[in-house]
Design a protein around this ligand. Structure first.
Ligand code: NAD
Length: 429
Protein backbone atom coordinates (compact mmCIF):
# COMPACT_ATOMS: atom_id res chain seq x y z
CA UNK A 1 0.00 0.00 0.00
CA UNK A 2 1.30 3.49 -0.86
CA UNK A 3 0.35 6.86 0.52
CA UNK A 4 -1.14 8.92 -2.28
CA UNK A 5 -1.96 12.63 -2.20
CA UNK A 6 -5.69 13.41 -2.46
CA UNK A 7 -6.78 13.71 -6.09
CA UNK A 8 -9.45 16.28 -5.45
CA UNK A 9 -10.58 18.64 -2.74
CA UNK A 10 -14.25 18.14 -2.07
CA UNK A 11 -16.66 20.22 0.05
CA UNK A 12 -16.11 17.97 3.07
CA UNK A 13 -12.31 18.01 2.86
CA UNK A 14 -11.02 19.34 6.19
CA UNK A 15 -8.01 21.30 4.91
CA UNK A 16 -9.09 24.14 2.69
CA UNK A 17 -7.17 24.50 -0.57
CA UNK A 18 -5.23 27.68 -1.15
CA UNK A 19 -5.81 29.17 2.33
CA UNK A 20 -2.50 28.10 3.93
CA UNK A 21 -0.81 30.18 6.62
CA UNK A 22 2.80 30.10 7.74
CA UNK A 23 3.72 28.62 11.14
CA UNK A 24 7.45 28.84 11.70
CA UNK A 25 8.89 27.57 8.44
CA UNK A 26 6.06 25.10 7.80
CA UNK A 27 3.07 26.02 5.69
CA UNK A 28 -0.12 24.90 7.44
CA UNK A 29 -3.55 24.92 5.88
CA UNK A 30 -6.14 26.96 7.76
CA UNK A 31 -9.04 25.01 9.27
CA UNK A 32 -12.34 25.21 7.44
CA UNK A 33 -15.68 25.01 9.22
CA UNK A 34 -17.79 21.94 8.59
CA UNK A 35 -21.49 22.73 8.58
CA UNK A 36 -20.72 26.08 10.24
CA UNK A 37 -19.14 24.55 13.40
CA UNK A 38 -15.52 25.52 14.17
CA UNK A 39 -13.13 22.62 13.65
CA UNK A 40 -10.65 23.57 16.37
CA UNK A 41 -12.30 23.00 19.77
CA UNK A 42 -11.57 25.17 22.78
CA UNK A 43 -10.94 28.84 23.19
CA UNK A 44 -8.30 31.07 24.73
CA UNK A 45 -9.48 33.24 27.61
CA UNK A 46 -7.39 35.09 30.19
CA UNK A 47 -4.20 33.59 28.80
CA UNK A 48 -5.49 30.01 29.17
CA UNK A 49 -6.98 27.53 26.72
CA UNK A 50 -10.30 26.07 27.88
CA UNK A 51 -12.50 23.33 26.53
CA UNK A 52 -16.24 22.88 27.09
CA UNK A 53 -17.18 19.71 29.00
CA UNK A 54 -17.93 16.67 26.88
CA UNK A 55 -19.38 14.54 29.70
CA UNK A 56 -22.61 14.88 31.64
CA UNK A 57 -22.60 16.59 35.03
CA UNK A 58 -22.71 13.12 36.65
CA UNK A 59 -19.06 12.52 35.56
CA UNK A 60 -15.85 13.84 37.08
CA UNK A 61 -14.83 16.89 35.04
CA UNK A 62 -11.60 16.60 33.04
CA UNK A 63 -8.66 18.60 34.35
CA UNK A 64 -8.03 21.68 32.20
CA UNK A 65 -4.94 21.59 29.98
CA UNK A 66 -1.78 22.55 31.88
CA UNK A 67 -1.19 26.29 31.69
CA UNK A 68 2.57 26.37 31.79
CA UNK A 69 4.81 29.38 31.63
CA UNK A 70 6.94 29.71 28.47
CA UNK A 71 10.43 28.24 29.07
CA UNK A 72 12.09 31.65 29.26
CA UNK A 73 9.76 32.75 32.05
CA UNK A 74 10.21 29.65 34.21
CA UNK A 75 12.30 29.65 37.38
CA UNK A 76 15.72 28.12 36.64
CA UNK A 77 16.95 25.36 38.98
CA UNK A 78 20.47 24.00 39.44
CA UNK A 79 20.42 20.38 40.62
CA UNK A 80 23.22 19.75 43.11
CA UNK A 81 24.10 16.05 43.45
CA UNK A 82 23.35 13.65 40.57
CA UNK A 83 22.42 10.58 42.59
CA UNK A 84 19.43 8.26 42.44
CA UNK A 85 16.75 10.71 43.52
CA UNK A 86 18.03 13.45 41.20
CA UNK A 87 18.25 11.21 38.12
CA UNK A 88 15.31 8.88 38.72
CA UNK A 89 12.75 11.32 40.06
CA UNK A 90 13.66 15.00 40.21
CA UNK A 91 15.05 15.69 36.74
CA UNK A 92 12.32 13.64 34.97
CA UNK A 93 9.68 15.53 37.02
CA UNK A 94 10.64 18.84 35.40
CA UNK A 95 8.90 17.57 32.23
CA UNK A 96 5.60 18.00 34.07
CA UNK A 97 6.48 21.28 35.76
CA UNK A 98 4.65 24.40 34.69
CA UNK A 99 6.80 27.03 36.36
CA UNK A 100 10.28 25.52 36.65
CA UNK A 101 13.03 24.16 34.43
CA UNK A 102 16.47 22.65 35.04
CA UNK A 103 19.22 25.01 33.87
CA UNK A 104 22.40 23.86 35.66
CA UNK A 105 23.96 20.75 37.22
CA UNK A 106 26.47 20.14 40.01
CA UNK A 107 28.39 16.87 40.34
CA UNK A 108 31.86 15.61 41.20
CA UNK A 109 31.76 13.14 38.30
CA UNK A 110 32.66 14.65 34.88
CA UNK A 111 31.16 11.79 32.84
CA UNK A 112 27.90 11.85 34.74
CA UNK A 113 27.73 15.63 34.29
CA UNK A 114 28.24 15.35 30.53
CA UNK A 115 25.70 12.57 30.01
CA UNK A 116 23.00 14.19 32.12
CA UNK A 117 23.65 17.65 30.67
CA UNK A 118 23.17 16.22 27.16
CA UNK A 119 19.95 14.49 28.21
CA UNK A 120 18.45 17.71 29.55
CA UNK A 121 19.94 20.20 27.08
CA UNK A 122 22.06 21.96 29.69
CA UNK A 123 25.12 23.79 28.31
CA UNK A 124 28.59 22.82 29.55
CA UNK A 125 28.99 26.38 30.84
CA UNK A 126 26.23 25.65 33.38
CA UNK A 127 27.84 22.45 34.70
CA UNK A 128 29.81 22.76 37.94
CA UNK A 129 31.78 20.49 40.22
CA UNK A 130 31.95 20.99 43.99
CA UNK A 131 35.12 23.10 43.69
CA UNK A 132 33.72 25.47 41.05
CA UNK A 133 30.18 25.57 42.46
CA UNK A 134 30.56 29.07 43.98
CA UNK A 135 30.88 30.50 40.45
CA UNK A 136 27.17 29.80 40.05
CA UNK A 137 26.65 33.27 41.49
CA UNK A 138 27.57 34.66 38.04
CA UNK A 139 25.00 32.50 36.23
CA UNK A 140 21.82 34.58 35.81
CA UNK A 141 19.86 31.59 34.47
CA UNK A 142 20.00 29.98 37.92
CA UNK A 143 17.36 31.31 40.33
CA UNK A 144 17.43 28.41 42.79
CA UNK A 145 19.61 25.47 43.82
CA UNK A 146 17.96 22.11 44.60
CA UNK A 147 20.26 20.31 47.10
CA UNK A 148 20.03 16.50 46.63
CA UNK A 149 23.16 15.38 48.52
CA UNK A 150 23.61 12.99 51.46
CA UNK A 151 22.03 14.48 54.60
CA UNK A 152 25.20 15.67 56.35
CA UNK A 153 26.20 17.70 53.28
CA UNK A 154 22.96 19.72 53.15
CA UNK A 155 24.18 22.30 55.67
CA UNK A 156 27.31 23.34 53.80
CA UNK A 157 25.57 23.21 50.39
CA UNK A 158 22.71 25.45 51.54
CA UNK A 159 25.14 27.98 53.01
CA UNK A 160 27.14 28.07 49.77
CA UNK A 161 24.01 28.44 47.62
CA UNK A 162 22.76 31.30 49.81
CA UNK A 163 26.16 33.00 49.63
CA UNK A 164 25.95 32.71 45.84
CA UNK A 165 22.67 34.67 46.02
CA UNK A 166 20.41 31.76 45.06
CA UNK A 167 17.14 30.53 46.56
CA UNK A 168 17.37 26.99 47.96
CA UNK A 169 15.17 23.90 47.82
CA UNK A 170 16.76 21.32 50.14
CA UNK A 171 15.98 17.60 50.35
CA UNK A 172 14.76 16.07 53.58
CA UNK A 173 15.96 15.55 56.25
CA UNK A 174 16.94 19.20 56.29
CA UNK A 175 20.08 18.56 58.37
CA UNK A 176 21.57 16.29 61.00
CA UNK A 177 20.83 18.53 64.02
CA UNK A 178 18.68 21.50 65.06
CA UNK A 179 21.85 23.64 65.23
CA UNK A 180 22.65 23.01 61.57
CA UNK A 181 19.03 23.72 60.61
CA UNK A 182 19.10 27.07 62.45
CA UNK A 183 22.29 28.10 60.73
CA UNK A 184 20.79 27.23 57.30
CA UNK A 185 17.70 29.34 58.04
CA UNK A 186 19.77 32.32 59.13
CA UNK A 187 22.14 32.06 56.13
CA UNK A 188 19.20 32.19 53.70
CA UNK A 189 17.50 34.99 55.66
CA UNK A 190 20.74 37.00 55.66
CA UNK A 191 21.07 36.54 51.89
CA UNK A 192 17.40 37.52 51.43
CA UNK A 193 16.72 34.16 49.74
CA UNK A 194 13.99 31.57 50.20
CA UNK A 195 14.64 28.22 51.81
CA UNK A 196 12.16 25.40 51.26
CA UNK A 197 12.45 21.80 52.49
CA UNK A 198 11.34 19.18 49.98
CA UNK A 199 8.49 17.58 51.94
CA UNK A 200 6.90 16.15 48.81
CA UNK A 201 3.98 14.51 50.70
CA UNK A 202 2.62 17.94 51.61
CA UNK A 203 2.22 18.57 47.86
CA UNK A 204 0.90 15.08 47.05
CA UNK A 205 -2.80 15.05 46.14
CA UNK A 206 -4.01 12.14 48.34
CA UNK A 207 -2.24 13.33 51.48
CA UNK A 208 -3.45 16.86 50.78
CA UNK A 209 -7.05 15.66 50.32
CA UNK A 210 -6.98 13.63 53.53
CA UNK A 211 -5.67 16.63 55.51
CA UNK A 212 -8.37 18.87 53.97
CA UNK A 213 -11.15 16.43 54.89
CA UNK A 214 -9.81 15.78 58.40
CA UNK A 215 -9.48 19.49 59.11
CA UNK A 216 -13.02 20.12 57.77
CA UNK A 217 -14.35 17.68 60.41
CA UNK A 218 -15.45 14.97 57.97
CA UNK A 219 -14.41 12.20 60.40
CA UNK A 220 -15.63 14.00 63.53
CA UNK A 221 -13.04 14.90 66.16
CA UNK A 222 -9.71 13.23 65.34
CA UNK A 223 -8.61 10.89 68.12
CA UNK A 224 -5.69 8.97 66.75
CA UNK A 225 -3.21 8.74 63.89
CA UNK A 226 -1.30 5.63 62.97
CA UNK A 227 1.64 5.99 60.54
CA UNK A 228 4.15 3.39 59.37
CA UNK A 229 7.08 3.83 56.98
CA UNK A 230 9.50 0.92 56.61
CA UNK A 231 12.00 -0.49 54.11
CA UNK A 232 14.62 -3.22 54.29
CA UNK A 233 18.11 -1.79 53.70
CA UNK A 234 20.86 -3.58 51.77
CA UNK A 235 24.61 -2.86 51.56
CA UNK A 236 25.98 -1.82 54.97
CA UNK A 237 28.65 0.27 53.16
CA UNK A 238 26.23 2.84 51.70
CA UNK A 239 26.15 6.38 53.14
CA UNK A 240 22.69 5.84 54.65
CA UNK A 241 24.27 3.37 57.11
CA UNK A 242 27.08 5.80 58.10
CA UNK A 243 26.23 8.13 60.95
CA UNK A 244 28.61 10.86 59.80
CA UNK A 245 26.85 11.17 56.43
CA UNK A 246 23.27 10.23 57.30
CA UNK A 247 22.95 11.69 60.79
CA UNK A 248 20.84 8.68 61.84
CA UNK A 249 19.11 5.62 60.43
CA UNK A 250 15.47 4.91 59.67
CA UNK A 251 14.20 7.88 61.71
CA UNK A 252 15.58 10.83 59.67
CA UNK A 253 15.31 8.96 56.38
CA UNK A 254 11.84 7.39 56.34
CA UNK A 255 10.38 7.83 59.85
CA UNK A 256 10.46 11.56 59.19
CA UNK A 257 7.52 11.12 56.79
CA UNK A 258 5.31 9.80 59.60
CA UNK A 259 6.31 12.71 61.83
CA UNK A 260 5.98 15.47 59.23
CA UNK A 261 2.74 14.16 57.70
CA UNK A 262 1.03 13.81 61.11
CA UNK A 263 2.04 17.39 62.03
CA UNK A 264 0.95 18.75 58.64
CA UNK A 265 -2.38 16.92 58.71
CA UNK A 266 -3.34 18.30 62.11
CA UNK A 267 -1.65 21.71 61.94
CA UNK A 268 -0.80 21.18 65.63
CA UNK A 269 2.65 20.67 67.13
CA UNK A 270 3.28 17.79 69.56
CA UNK A 271 3.82 18.77 73.18
CA UNK A 272 5.39 15.46 74.20
CA UNK A 273 7.16 12.50 72.57
CA UNK A 274 7.93 9.02 73.81
CA UNK A 275 10.12 6.63 71.83
CA UNK A 276 11.77 3.26 71.70
CA UNK A 277 14.62 2.08 69.44
CA UNK A 278 15.80 -1.39 68.52
CA UNK A 279 18.92 -2.26 66.48
CA UNK A 280 20.15 -5.88 66.25
CA UNK A 281 23.75 -5.88 67.53
CA UNK A 282 25.04 -8.56 65.16
CA UNK A 283 23.79 -6.86 61.96
CA UNK A 284 26.56 -4.81 60.25
CA UNK A 285 23.93 -2.52 58.70
CA UNK A 286 23.21 -1.18 62.17
CA UNK A 287 26.72 -0.74 63.52
CA UNK A 288 26.30 3.05 63.35
CA UNK A 289 22.62 3.87 62.77
CA UNK A 290 19.34 2.60 64.20
CA UNK A 291 17.12 -0.05 62.62
CA UNK A 292 13.65 0.33 64.12
CA UNK A 293 12.02 3.24 65.94
CA UNK A 294 8.54 3.57 67.36
CA UNK A 295 7.45 6.94 68.65
CA UNK A 296 4.32 8.43 70.09
CA UNK A 297 3.46 12.09 69.59
CA UNK A 298 0.98 13.67 72.01
CA UNK A 299 -0.72 16.79 70.63
CA UNK A 300 -2.28 19.60 72.74
CA UNK A 301 -5.85 18.67 71.59
CA UNK A 302 -5.33 15.20 73.06
CA UNK A 303 -4.75 13.52 69.70
CA UNK A 304 -2.11 10.80 69.79
CA UNK A 305 -0.03 9.79 66.77
CA UNK A 306 1.61 6.37 66.92
CA UNK A 307 4.45 6.11 64.42
CA UNK A 308 6.76 3.27 63.45
CA UNK A 309 9.72 3.18 61.12
CA UNK A 310 12.29 0.55 60.26
CA UNK A 311 15.29 -0.16 58.07
CA UNK A 312 14.85 -3.92 58.53
CA UNK A 313 11.16 -4.52 57.75
CA UNK A 314 9.75 -5.06 54.25
CA UNK A 315 8.51 -1.92 52.50
CA UNK A 316 5.26 -0.64 53.96
CA UNK A 317 4.04 2.96 53.89
CA UNK A 318 0.60 3.63 55.39
CA UNK A 319 -1.25 6.26 57.31
CA UNK A 320 -4.59 6.02 59.13
CA UNK A 321 -6.64 8.76 60.75
CA UNK A 322 -9.35 7.78 63.23
CA UNK A 323 -12.06 10.25 64.21
CA UNK A 324 -15.19 10.05 66.35
CA UNK A 325 -17.43 9.70 63.25
CA UNK A 326 -15.28 7.82 60.78
CA UNK A 327 -11.82 6.93 59.69
CA UNK A 328 -9.65 7.16 56.59
CA UNK A 329 -6.47 5.50 55.45
CA UNK A 330 -3.98 5.99 52.67
CA UNK A 331 -2.13 2.95 51.32
CA UNK A 332 1.33 3.80 49.98
CA UNK A 333 0.93 7.13 51.76
CA UNK A 334 4.63 8.02 51.60
CA UNK A 335 5.49 6.26 48.33
CA UNK A 336 6.29 8.03 45.05
CA UNK A 337 3.02 6.75 43.54
CA UNK A 338 0.19 4.27 44.03
CA UNK A 339 -1.67 6.09 46.81
CA UNK A 340 -5.15 4.79 47.66
CA UNK A 341 -7.48 6.72 49.96
CA UNK A 342 -10.31 4.87 51.71
CA UNK A 343 -12.90 6.67 53.81
CA UNK A 344 -15.17 4.70 56.17
CA UNK A 345 -18.22 5.90 58.06
CA UNK A 346 -21.76 4.91 58.99
CA UNK A 347 -24.37 5.05 56.24
CA UNK A 348 -27.78 4.45 57.82
CA UNK A 349 -27.72 0.89 59.14
CA UNK A 350 -24.60 0.05 57.13
CA UNK A 351 -20.89 0.77 57.50
CA UNK A 352 -19.74 2.29 54.21
CA UNK A 353 -16.21 2.23 52.94
CA UNK A 354 -15.42 4.31 49.87
CA UNK A 355 -12.21 4.41 47.85
CA UNK A 356 -11.59 7.83 46.37
CA UNK A 357 -9.92 8.24 42.97
CA UNK A 358 -8.35 11.66 42.66
CA UNK A 359 -6.11 11.28 39.65
CA UNK A 360 -2.39 10.97 40.17
CA UNK A 361 -0.12 14.00 39.82
CA UNK A 362 3.65 13.85 39.99
CA UNK A 363 4.35 14.99 43.55
CA UNK A 364 7.93 16.03 42.70
CA UNK A 365 6.64 18.33 39.94
CA UNK A 366 4.03 19.74 42.34
CA UNK A 367 6.69 20.42 44.97
CA UNK A 368 9.18 22.02 42.51
CA UNK A 369 6.43 24.17 40.98
CA UNK A 370 5.43 25.31 44.47
CA UNK A 371 8.95 26.56 45.11
CA UNK A 372 9.06 28.23 41.67
CA UNK A 373 5.80 30.06 42.34
CA UNK A 374 7.09 31.25 45.72
CA UNK A 375 10.27 32.56 44.07
CA UNK A 376 8.15 34.44 41.54
CA UNK A 377 5.50 35.76 43.94
CA UNK A 378 7.66 36.33 47.02
CA UNK A 379 5.36 34.07 49.12
CA UNK A 380 6.73 31.95 51.98
CA UNK A 381 6.86 28.29 50.89
CA UNK A 382 4.38 25.90 52.48
CA UNK A 383 7.36 24.00 53.91
CA UNK A 384 10.04 26.60 54.74
CA UNK A 385 13.26 26.00 56.67
CA UNK A 386 11.39 26.51 59.96
CA UNK A 387 9.20 23.49 59.15
CA UNK A 388 12.38 21.41 58.76
CA UNK A 389 13.90 22.82 61.95
CA UNK A 390 10.79 21.78 63.93
CA UNK A 391 11.23 18.19 62.68
CA UNK A 392 14.91 18.27 63.66
CA UNK A 393 13.93 19.42 67.18
CA UNK A 394 11.31 16.66 67.47
CA UNK A 395 13.70 13.99 66.12
CA UNK A 396 16.32 15.05 68.67
CA UNK A 397 13.63 14.63 71.36
CA UNK A 398 12.72 11.18 69.98
CA UNK A 399 16.37 10.05 70.29
CA UNK A 400 16.57 11.52 73.79
CA UNK A 401 13.39 9.73 74.89
CA UNK A 402 14.64 6.40 73.51
CA UNK A 403 17.95 6.90 75.34
CA UNK A 404 16.41 7.89 78.66
CA UNK A 405 13.31 5.69 78.47
CA UNK A 406 11.23 8.71 79.50
CA UNK A 407 8.78 11.03 77.71
CA UNK A 408 10.29 14.34 76.53
CA UNK A 409 8.32 17.60 76.61
CA UNK A 410 8.40 20.03 73.67
CA UNK A 411 7.84 23.80 73.56
CA UNK A 412 4.15 24.70 73.06
CA UNK A 413 3.08 26.53 69.88
CA UNK A 414 0.42 29.18 70.09
CA UNK A 415 -1.05 28.98 66.59
CA UNK A 416 -1.88 26.26 64.07
CA UNK A 417 0.45 25.71 61.11
CA UNK A 418 2.98 27.72 63.09
CA UNK A 419 5.75 27.38 60.51
CA UNK A 420 3.93 26.87 57.21
CA UNK A 421 3.34 29.30 54.37
CA UNK A 422 0.17 29.22 52.23
CA UNK A 423 -0.52 26.81 49.40
CA UNK A 424 -0.53 28.56 46.02
CA UNK A 425 -3.99 29.38 44.53
CA UNK A 426 -3.72 26.76 41.75
CA UNK A 427 -2.88 24.07 44.37
CA UNK A 428 -6.03 24.62 46.43
CA UNK A 429 -8.57 24.73 43.56
P1 NAD B 1 22.39 8.87 46.35
O1 NAD B 1 23.43 8.18 47.14
O2 NAD B 1 21.76 8.12 45.24
O3 NAD B 1 22.97 10.23 45.73
C1 NAD B 1 23.76 11.11 46.47
C2 NAD B 1 24.59 11.95 45.52
O4 NAD B 1 25.47 12.77 46.29
C3 NAD B 1 25.47 11.09 44.61
O5 NAD B 1 25.43 11.60 43.30
C4 NAD B 1 26.86 11.23 45.19
O6 NAD B 1 27.85 11.15 44.19
C5 NAD B 1 26.79 12.65 45.75
N1 NAD B 1 27.79 12.90 46.78
C6 NAD B 1 28.53 14.02 46.86
N2 NAD B 1 29.38 13.96 47.88
C7 NAD B 1 29.20 12.75 48.47
C8 NAD B 1 29.81 12.11 49.58
N3 NAD B 1 30.76 12.72 50.30
N4 NAD B 1 29.38 10.89 49.89
C9 NAD B 1 28.40 10.28 49.19
N5 NAD B 1 27.78 10.86 48.14
C10 NAD B 1 28.19 12.08 47.77
O7 NAD B 1 21.29 9.40 47.39
P2 NAD B 1 19.81 9.85 47.08
O8 NAD B 1 18.90 8.73 47.32
O9 NAD B 1 19.73 10.56 45.79
O10 NAD B 1 19.57 10.86 48.31
C11 NAD B 1 20.03 12.21 48.27
C12 NAD B 1 19.19 13.05 49.24
O11 NAD B 1 17.83 13.00 48.84
C13 NAD B 1 19.21 12.58 50.68
O12 NAD B 1 19.17 13.69 51.54
C14 NAD B 1 17.94 11.79 50.85
O13 NAD B 1 17.42 11.78 52.16
C15 NAD B 1 17.02 12.54 49.92
N6 NAD B 1 15.97 11.67 49.36
C16 NAD B 1 14.70 12.13 49.36
C17 NAD B 1 13.69 11.37 48.81
C18 NAD B 1 12.32 11.92 48.70
O14 NAD B 1 11.41 11.16 48.42
N7 NAD B 1 12.12 13.21 48.89
C19 NAD B 1 13.97 10.09 48.31
C20 NAD B 1 15.30 9.65 48.32
C21 NAD B 1 16.30 10.44 48.85
Amino acid sequence: MTDRPPQSVGRRTVLGAGVGFAMGSVAVAAPVALGGAPIDEGSARGGKVNFPAIHAGTERPDAPPPNQAPPTRRVGFAIMGLGRLALQNILPAFAQCKHARPVALVSGDKDKLRIVAEQYGIPASSCYDYASFDQIKDNPAVDAVYVVLPNALHHDAVLRAARAGKHVLCEKPMATSPEEARSMISACAKAGKKLMIAYRCQYEVYNHELAKRARAGEFGAIQFIDAINTQNQGDPGQWRQKKALAGGGSLPDVGLYCLNTARALLGEEPEEVQASIFSPQDDPRFAEVEATVTFMLRFPSGIIANCATSYSAHEHRSMRVLGSQGHAEIDNAFAYEGQKLRVTRRDGMAEASTELTLGQKNQFSQEIDHMAQCVRSGATPRTPGEEGLQDQIIMAAIYESARSGKPVKLAPMSRPDAFRGPMQPEETS
